[in-house]
Design a protein around this ligand. Structure first.
Ligand code: MG
Length: 304
């Protein structure tokens, strides 16, 4: 029997939502929870509480919650790279940074063609080590989640190669690019546009691009439009389904673009991350709370 955690819109969703499973609220007290990243080696999750200028940590082994870092630099998105290091989007730092094995912080990118980045929002690490990130203006639009400033540059999507420091704008036709993730085989890159926050009737959708062997993107048509609120961050399971944040919870969207079900959270969701020993536990950053739900689906490690 499915609990009221799940809303089934299409019977295909029932293979992922299990009976007697319910959402767990692991923590409340955030202002704007974002940027979850799971560290398999330590079985813990870090996530951002952007306006409170802190990174939180949930210890999966004992349920402990702690402040991992405060102040930070109004971090937003996080990811774990292929060497197990933490890579961060910093609003106030206006950069992509990485914590090295000796604990020091390295700024990997802070400007493009001589102009400062806005406020990197979300990122994903490809299997070849390149870091793909979005750079809308949310972190410089006000003093609330960064330092207010005028944008020097458009809101673009970038590919960063930490091996040689090269940075390339790979998509420049977004209003406000936001969450992004690769399909399991990395042949496609999905990118959210939340431009509706700044433009009346603006975009509230996910676009899909083909990823060339040379790192260039092509295509970019609208893949799916959000039905409640806005999409923000999302992750993809091994079957290619998209588990995305939305205004009423988490929406599950098939590789064909069909919305087949929801995880209802009671709060606006900003981002999600697969964790757990089997990568079958979905962590959900839902405005004030960190929640989690077990699924009959496993998060993909793209290109693995
Ligand atoms: Mg975001």
């Amino acid at each position: 029997m499915l609990t009221d955690t799940f809303e089934v819109l299409d019977k295909r969703f029932t293979r992922y939502a299990m009976g007697n499973v319910h959402k767990e609220v692991l923590y409340t007290g955030c202002r704007w929870a974002e940027g979850p990243a799971y560290f398999p080696a330590g079985r813990y999750l870090v996530w951002s509480d952007i306006p409170n200028d802190r990174i939180m940590r949930y210890d999966e082994t004992d349920g402990g919650i702690s402040v991992f870092q405060q102040p930070c630099r109004n971090h937003n998105g996080h990811s774990v790279d292929r060497q197990g290091r933490l890579v961060s989007c910093e609003h106030r730092g206006r950069c992509i940074s990485r914590i090295e094995f000796d604990g020091t912080r390295t700024v990997l990118a802070s400007e493009y063609q001589g102009k400062r980045l806005n406020s990197p929002n979300d990122l994903v690490v490809k299997s070849d080590g390149t870091i793909w990130f979005t750079d809308p203006t949310y972190g410089i639009d006000s003093e609330y989640e960064g330092d207010k400033a005028e944008s020097e540059i458009g809101s673009h999507v970038y590919r960063l190669d930490p091996a040689d420091g090269s940075l390339e704008a790979v998509a420049t036709d977004f209003v406000k690019p936001n969450g992004l993730a690769f399909s399991p085989d990395e042949s496609k890159l999905y990118i959210v546009d939340t431009g509706a926050t700044h433009v009346e009737d603006g975009p509230r959708h996910i676009r899909v691009f083909d990823v060339g062997a040379d790192g260039k993107l092509s295509g970019g048509e609208v893949f799916v439009t959000c039905t409640v609120g806005l999409f923000d961050g999302f992750r993809i399971d091994t079957q290619g389904n998209i588990w995305t944040s939305a205004g009423d919870g988490v929406h599950c969207i098939t590789p064909e673009g069909d919305l087949i079900g929801k995880i209802l959270t009671g709060e606006v969701v900003a981002n999600v991350e697969f964790g757990g020993i089997k990568r079958n536990r979905l962590y959900i950053c839902a405005t004030t709370s960190l929640q989690a739900v077990y699924l009959n689906a496993r998060g993909c490690v793209s290109g693995a």
